[in-house]
Design a binder for this molecule. Structure first.
Ligand SMILES: C[S@@+](CC[C@H](N)C(=O)[O-])C[C@H]1O[C@@H](n2cnc3c(N)ncnc32)[C@H](O)[C@@H]1O
Length: 348
């Protein structure tokens, strides 16, 4: 009997082979819409030198085959922390397909602190047509002047006293919002991030990092010009300089504002004067509908310019397509600030 031949290949157990997610190429061999969309976002992230973790998250979302990506039902506007959805309603009035997400609309499924809510917001943003609109009004209560006695936030300590749940959650929500904002920027959306004037959110390290990666315009307006009962000075951080034309669309005639109680000054047990929120403070966070309409009309004014600029930028990015570079330190920072480990566990 001759010698037994030594097998030249080893048996491979299929289960043990790590497979990278496949992105359903179309039967004719051409790249599918899903794959083109994914690549255009990754290329945009690469151009702004976004942290690699953002690209990994985007890849994972596109790898979830039960999530539908279809050219026919792309969105034209996404509103996060939408509350009463004034901006979404304004966009719908302009005839655009849009969605508003808020914990008070969808509970846990739209709660940005949960993995489900975060992935839902990321997914809806990935569905945007290049050059669309995107707005976020992240919870500001722990960033405003009135709460600074408790939160201990300051220029030298922007993350504040993280042993307080509200401060910690405020920090995570900020970082998560900025992760999604980078995706909106990769799609060259006209994005807006709103905060009350004086908020120290822009001092959050992730916010500072984002400011270093792209041009951001900051516009201050008085919400009263759009029908709010008080002046309510507001900062709008935006991707486009046209944000300063918003007042062109303010209503010409407004009814006189009703009397409201926004703050109460009282003396505490030690005789110190203190300030606390009044009974109308919470309700005042909702945008008046004319504000939503004005923003939507502003976008309509610039629609053609924004769409063609976005198309040109995406074409350029795709031509120079390379995957996002890793930077272990930056990635670790974002994973920590946005509490992304739980999201990766959820997606794994
Ligand atoms: C500053 S208000 C924005 C209000 C909104 N612009 C409007 O016109 O009604 C913040 C919003 O964030 C929502 N919110 C609070 N925590 C949230 C969370 N964890 N995930 C998603 N939304 C949240 C609140 O329900 C509230 O509507």
């Amino acid at each position: 009997m001759g010698k037994r031949a030594v097998p030249s290949v080893e048996k491979v157990h299929l289960q043990a082979v790590k497979q990278t997610p496949k992105f359903d190429p179309s039967p004719c061999g051409k790249k599918s819409y899903r794959e083109i969309k994914r690549k255009s976002i990754i290329a945009g992230l690469r151009m702004m030198r976004a942290p690699a973790v953002v690209a990994v998250l985007v890849n994972m979302v596109f790898g979830l085959q039960y999530l539908d990506f279809n050219r026919e039902n792309e969105l034209q506007h996404v509103e996060l922390f939408a509350g009463d959805c004034s901006v979404t309603r304004g966009e719908a009035m302009e005839g655009r397909r849009c969605i508003g997400l808020d914990i008070k609309i969808g509970g846990e499924t739209m709660d940005l602190t949960t993995s489900t809510g975060f992935i839902a917001a990321l997914y809806q943003t990935c569905r945007l047509t290049p050059g669309s609109g995107w707005l976020a009004a992240p919870v500001c209560s722990s960033f405003v002047f009135m709460s600074r006695g408790t939160t201990k936030r300051s220029a030298t300590r922007p993350l504040g006293e993280e042993s307080y749940e509200s401060v910690r959650v405020g920090n995570i929500l900020t970082a998560r919002t900025l992760v999604i904002l980078m995706v909106a920027q990769a799609l060259r959306c006209f994005w807006v991030l709103e905060q009350p004037k004086g908020s120290v959110m822009e001092l959050h390290p992730c916010f500072q990092e984002v400011l270093g990666r792209m041009t951001v315009w900051k516009h201050c307006l008085q919400m009263q010009q759009f029908g709010a009962p008080t002046a309510k000075p507001t900062w709008l951080y935006a991707s486009d300089a046209a944000i300063d034309q918003l007042e062109d669309f303010r209503p010409r005639h407004l009814p006189p504002p009703p009397p409201v109680e926004m703050a109460v000054i009282y003396t505490d047990s030690s005789g110190k004067q203190r300030v606390k929120g009044g009974k109308h403070l919470k309700a005042s966070q909702s945008y008046p509908l004319p504000f939503g309409k004005a923003l939507a009309r502003l976008r309509s004014r610039h629609h053609e310019r924004l769409r063609s600029a976005a198309r040109a930028a995406l074409k350029h990015n795709m031509k120079n397509y390379r995957t996002v570079r890793r930077n272990t330190r930056a990635d670790a920072r974002w994973v920590k600030h946005a509490d992304l480990a739980t999201v990766f566990d959820f997606l794994a």
